[in-house]
Ligand binder design. Structure first.
Ligand SMILES: Cc1ncc(C[n+]2csc(CCOP(=O)(O)OP(=O)(O)O)c2C)c(N)n1
Length: 354
């Protein structure tokens, strides 16, 4: 019996705007200038929030903080492409996505200040809490989307995760069920090239992360993750497909983490500074600014004003956060177990007597 090919695949890469802000007009999504300016503001707000919180961590005012410099397009693009009622399931690096959704910066400060109330995100933001165990949010996103399907709701779920999460069984299990049940789920993999110090070629022998979707029976696409128009378009198309009952999509955003993994990391120990410099040239914010300048909707004066507005917003949120009374000390016992083990109960009683 001669062999025959029973499956073959190819992976497309979507790129619309280059490093100088030039765009392929045929591919450019139809967005008003107002929307583009809002996208830009969200990216700048995120970029300015990072150094503030980093400084606060160094001052001991908050605990470990997770920056996202360089990943602003991957985080902001999807929020603009989805409906406000579509549910977002973040990992731990998605602070910029979170504040773009409208979640108050105080929530971020509470959370990183060790106060669990920060993770209680009001339902109206349709944004799940930070998920520290790598990949664990992906099954939640699929379960949620399956429920949407059963209830015939027109919404979708989107889960953010990193390249490292694709080595977690849970992430692959989530994709498998999403494929089998054809759930309205968007898997948004931010391939920032590293999982802490583990480089992409130690993470997988596959040429792309996007192609992992093929094994689960659905579409995978790679996009330039530093190009907000490409990210926006890929998510908008995936959402349209999901709402039409055509199932999930895996979107690999090819990007780079310009910062350390967290405030506990020193990326200089495992990355060549030349590599970082090369990626700085691909900065997602610079290229959108160049695009806006070319279209005469932006200039240096507007840039200066925007930066001041963002700084003010951040400072005001920090002031509001400083006024929030600390939680009761017993609070640290309340969010882990449904029924508390005896030794923790004893400890709780002990502090209650102090
Ligand atoms: C289940 C689990 N294992 C290990 C860790 C420790 N850890 C935290 S972040 C991280 C790397 C994650 O890399 P990736 O998924 O690529 O996301 P990125 O940090 O690059 O955004 C690891 C191993 C964890 N939080 N959870």
């Amino acid at each position: 019996m001669p062999e025959k090919t029973i499956a073959s695949f190819s992976i497309r890469k979507l790129s619309i705007m280059d490093e100088k802000g030039h765009v392929d007009e045929k591919l450019l999504p139809r967005l008003s200038h107002d929307t583009i300016l809002k996208m830009y503001k969200s990216m700048v707000l995120g970029r300015l929030l990072d150094p503030k919180l980093l400084a606060m961590q160094r001052q001991g005012r908050i605990s470990t903080y997770i920056e996202a410099r360089g990943q602003e397009a991957c985080q902001v693009g999807p929020i603009f492409a989805l409906k406000k009622s579509d549910m977002i399931f973040p990992a731990f690096r998605e602070t910029i996505a979170m504040i773009t959704r409208g979640v108050p910066i105080e929530n971020v400060l509470l959370y990183y200040g060790g106060d669990e109330r920060g993770n209680k995100i009001p339902r109206r933001y349709a944004f799940f809490p930070v998920s520290i165990p790598v990949g664990s949010q992906s099954t939640h996103a699929v379960g949620y989307a399956y429920a949407l399907k059963l209830h015939k709701k027109p919404n979708v779920s989107l889960t953010y995760f990193g390249d490292g999460a694709t080595s977690e069984g849970e992430c692959m299990e989530a994709m498998n069920f999403a494929g089998v049940w054809k759930t309205p789920t968007i898997f948004l993999c931010q391939n920032n090239q590293y999982a802490i110090s583990t480089k992409h070629n130690q993470q997988t022998a596959a040429e792309t992360y996007a192609q992992k979707a093929i094994a689960f029976g659905f579409e995978g696409i790679q996009v330039d993750g530093n190009d907000i128009f490409a990210v926006y378009k890929a998510v908008a198309l995936a959402a349209k497909k999901a709402r039409a009952g055509e199932g999930p999509t895996l979107i690999e955003c090819f990007t780079y983490r310009l910062c350390d993994h967290t405030t506990s990391d020193d990326a200089k120990k495992y990355r060549d500074p030349k590599e970082v410099q090369e990626w700085e040239k691909k900065d997602p914010i610079t290229r959108l600014r160049l695009f806006m300048e070319r279209h005469k909707i932006w200039d240096k004066i507007k840039e200066g004003k925007l930066r001041k507005i963002c700084e003010k917003e951040i400072d005001a949120a920090i002031k509001r956060w400083e006024k929030i009374p600390h939680p009761d000390i017993s609070d640290m016992f309340t969010h882990t177990y449904a029924s508390m083990p005896t030794e923790l109960q004893e400890q709780l009683e002990e502090i209650s007597h102090d």
